[in-house]
Ligand binder design. Structure first.
Ligand code: GLU
Length: 503
């Protein structure tokens, strides 16, 4: 029996591609597309091609190119062929393949699969309006399909520059989508479309299928927004095959729309839609990817959290749900937090280093002492953060140089009133007498002095101490924090709080 996804292919013959148009920030829909292609390739032991569709020279900058590469690297989605790694079908940046497209366009023209169209924009608009008024489908009407030599000569004499269009066969185009099942398009909905502009510039409509054919892509997994271009592309793959390029259309799977607030398609303007935000907030790539996998796919009904290895093992494109998926930033955070909790402490420490460096709390070189302090402090925040960035305000007090330490003015106003300062002074005295600087000894000294000695409730006793030593009302557990801060710095800060507030 032939496999419903592979057909006659051996698993390792699978070739998929991720083909971003690098025009700026990567968004979650695009990352999900990359992820599903990656998981599909890895599941079968096939090949993932990265191809940059950067023929739109106005928008595709060198910066956008590097951004796309760096983003995929950050995510950990590796590719087997493409920019930076090479491969037998390169170059993999379309801007470096323009001669090839010109050559293929000329061959399509010569074979009769494509033709020149001399219609001006005004003429097209006029006829489109007329079709609409007459209740016909308004698409290109095939006006220039069969021009005589005289007609062509007349147009040329008028200095008209033609575009190139594909001659679409006059029949229903049907394909079996891996996600959505059989889909058919009637010919009136698949007009002869433009492949090459009048100025000779090849369009996405040409170069995307041409490269799929040349790069021997077997499966195309991409967003549902591209579904309407699929029948045209299928016609082009057939035309390419007729001139000896490729083997006809690949199999398609269209991934469901991602919806944002108010059940609208998630847009680049929606918060949480761009990759940068997750990088800045210190999400774990595996946490973000795990969440994005859930936009259309699931590993099991009762399970949301999994590793990328588990995803690769279980990934089945036929189990992708064709219904739109809802993007839920809260769930994304929760999944990321689960991945954070699963990290061993030394791994968490390593991952916190670049985050603290970006926040300016650690320098470029991290001393052994700083690393050890971070390793001791990491367990205190481990269960309390949903992203690495949240550790910055919590751990900042340990890494900030003493002369840059400051107390949040709002927190000081709330907690370091005169009563609060009395508590700070008492804690300073009590801790000054502690010689064995350990969490239990610190706790015992503070409880004796403040709770038993002054009869304070724990909240009133420890709140002012917390603000004085950490600068904020929210910090990791107090006694552990004091131990990590060390005797000298703790006492200095308790003194500083009194001096600063009474000044
Ligand atoms: N460059 C196209 C895009 O980013 C790729 C479309 C496709 O995957 O076929 O939308």
């Amino acid at each position: 029996m032939t496999d419903p996804v592979l057909g006659e292919l051996a698993p390792e013959q699978v070739r998929v591609r991720f083909a971003p148009s690098p025009t700026g920030s990567m968004h979650v829909g695009g990352i999900r597309t990359a992820l599903f292609n990656w998981a599909f390739a890895r599941h079968y032991g096939g090949t993932l091609v990265l191809r940059l569709e950067d023929t739109d020279t106005a928008r595709s900058t060198e910066e956008a190119y590097h951004y796309a590469i760096d983003s995929l690297r950050w995510l950990g989605l590796d590719w087997d062929e493409g920019p930076e790694v090479g491969g037998p079908f390169g170059p993999y940046r379309q801007s470096e393949r323009l001669d090839l497209y010109a050559d293929i366009a000329a061959r399509l023209l010569e074979s009769g699969a494509a033709y020149h169209c001399f219609c001006s924009q005004e003429e097209l608009d006029e006829r489109r309006e007329a079709a609409r008024a007459a209740g016909r489908t308004p698409g290109y009407d095939g006006h220039c399909r069969a021009l005589t030599d005289e007609q062509v000569a007349t147009f040329r004499a008028e200095d008209r520059e033609p575009v190139m269009r594909l001659r679409i066969p006059d029949r229903t185009i049907t394909f079996d989508d891996l996600v959505r099942g059989e889909i058919s398009f009637q010919p009136e909905h698949v007009p002869d479309f433009v492949l090459v502009r009048a100025n000779g510039h090849p369009l996405y409509t040409l170069v995307n299928p041409v490269d799929d054919a040349l790069m021997e892509i077997t499966h195309v997994l991409r967003g549902e927004d591209l579904l309407s271009s699929t029948p045209r592309q299928i016609a082009l793959y057939e035309a390419l095959r007729s001139i000896g390029i490729g083997n006809g259309a690949p199999r398609f799977g269209h991934l469901p729309f991602v919806m944002g607030e108010g059940n609208r398609k998630l847009s680049k303007r929606d918060p949480g839609s761009g990759l940068d935000e997750y990088v800045e907030r210190g999400f774990l790539p595996e946490g973000l990817l795990n969440y994005l996998a859930l936009l259309g796919w699931s590993i099991a009904d009762d399970r949301d959290v999994f590793t990328m290895d588990e995803m690769v093992e279980a990934f089945d494109i036929r189990r992708v749900n064709p219904n739109s998926a809802r993007f839920d930033p809260k769930k994304c955070e929760a999944i990321n937090a689960s991945h954070l909790r699963q990290l061993p402490v030394d791994e968490l420490t390593e991952r916190l280093i670049p985050v603290l460096q970006r926040a300016g709390l650690l320098g470029e070189t991290v001393t052994a002492e700083q690393r050890a302090l971070l390793a001791d402090a990491a367990p205190l925040v481990h269960e309390r953060i949903t992203s690495l960035g949240e550790a910055v305000p919590m751990l900042g007090f340990l890494f900030v140089p003493e002369d840059a330490f400051s107390i949040d003015p709002d927190d000081a106003a709330k907690v370091l009133s005169s009563d609060g300062l009395t508590v700070v002074k008492a804690s300073h005295d009590a801790l000054g007498a502690v010689t064995d600087w350990s969490t239990p000894a610190i706790e015992q000294a503070l409880r004796e002095a403040l709770v038993e000695g002054m009869g304070l409730k724990p909240r009133h006793a420890f709140g002012p101490v917390r603000v004085a030593i950490s600068g904020r009302r929210v910090s990791p557990p107090l006694f552990e924090s004091l131990e990590l801060l060390g005797r000298e710095r703790s006492l200095a800060r308790l003194q500083h709080a009194q001096d600063a507030q009474t000044r």
